[in-house]
Design a protein around this ligand. Structure first.
Ligand code: FES
Length: 247
């Protein structure tokens, strides 16, 4: 019976390597272990210099995303056994610069996300004396799916357009724009649309759909993007047919 499995891990230590290299480690193959357990085993017992991100260990924080045998996964939610007899090749998420070993640089994404204003924008605030901005269960359902995004970046690693056009806003940023656009308390849709309709916005997406396939939270960013395209096309037709009504 197989008792261990081999992990081939991409290492990149900029102070000692100009290019990434691969290093193999043999770890116990336990039924209840996920890839993150194996990385923690390596860090604790075999090689303390290995660098990677993780935090919650329960698919919530979104920080443990990596490539496993070429597919973007949350390593805290991916069992070693799936890959038996191995080896498992573990690499940093593709389509991102690598800072060290399995750690990617997310600063570009943060810049794109900020452009989307992922918060409730109000043109005018109602006075405190009016109480909360109320919302019905149906209004919550409108955007809830998109609010499940944990910014794990799996969708950016899966998206061929992000690979070809690094300026593309990308699946998560657009899905999060939709999260607020569909929120009845928000009034920022016009500001977001100005950016979404630019060259690097929604029209870059060719609806490959890989982003939705790898999403661990079923956010369906591809659906969010197509929904936006349909709404934008309807607006455009409306402006042609009823030009005076859109002024
Ligand atoms: S460690 Fe938080 S999502 Fe995996």
């Amino acid at each position: 019976m197989q008792t261990t499995i081999s992990l081939e891990i991409q290492r990149y230590r900029p102070e000692q390597e100009s290019e990434p290299v691969y290093q193999s480690y043999e770890v116990p193959l336990r039924k209840d272990w996920v890839i993150l357990d194996a990385l923690n085993y390596i860090k604790d017992n075999l090689d303390g210099s290995l660098s990677y991100r993780w935090s919650c260990r329960m698919g919530v924080c979104g920080s443990c995303g990596m490539m496993a045998n070429g597919t973007p996964v949350l390593t805290c939610a991916t069992f070693l056994e799936t890959y038996a007899p191995g080896p498992i090749r573990v690499e940093p998420l593709i389509n991102f610069p690598v800072i060290r070993d399995l750690i990617i640089d997310m600063s570009e994404f943060i810049t794109k996300l900020k452009q989307m204003k992922p918060w409730i924008v109000r043109e005018e605030e109602q006075p405190l004396s009016d109480g909360e901005y109320l919302q019905t269960p149906d209004q919550l359902t409108e955007y809830k799916q998109y609010s499940m995004c944990i910014n794990c970046m799996l969708c950016y690693a899966a998206c061929p357009i992000v690979g070809l056009e690094p300026g593309f806003l990308g699946p998560a940023a657009i899905a999060l724009a939709q999260r607020y656009n569909f929120d009845n308390r928000d009034q920022g849709k016009k500001q977001r649309t100005e950016i979404l309709k630019e060259d690097n916005g929604i029209y870059e997406c060719t609806f490959v759909g890989e982003c939705s396939i790898v999403c661990p939270k079923s956010v369906d960013p591809a659906g969010a993007i197509q929904r936006y395209k349909v709404a934008a096309a309807a607006e455009w037709w409306k402006s042609l047919l009823l030009p005076w009504g859109n002024r």
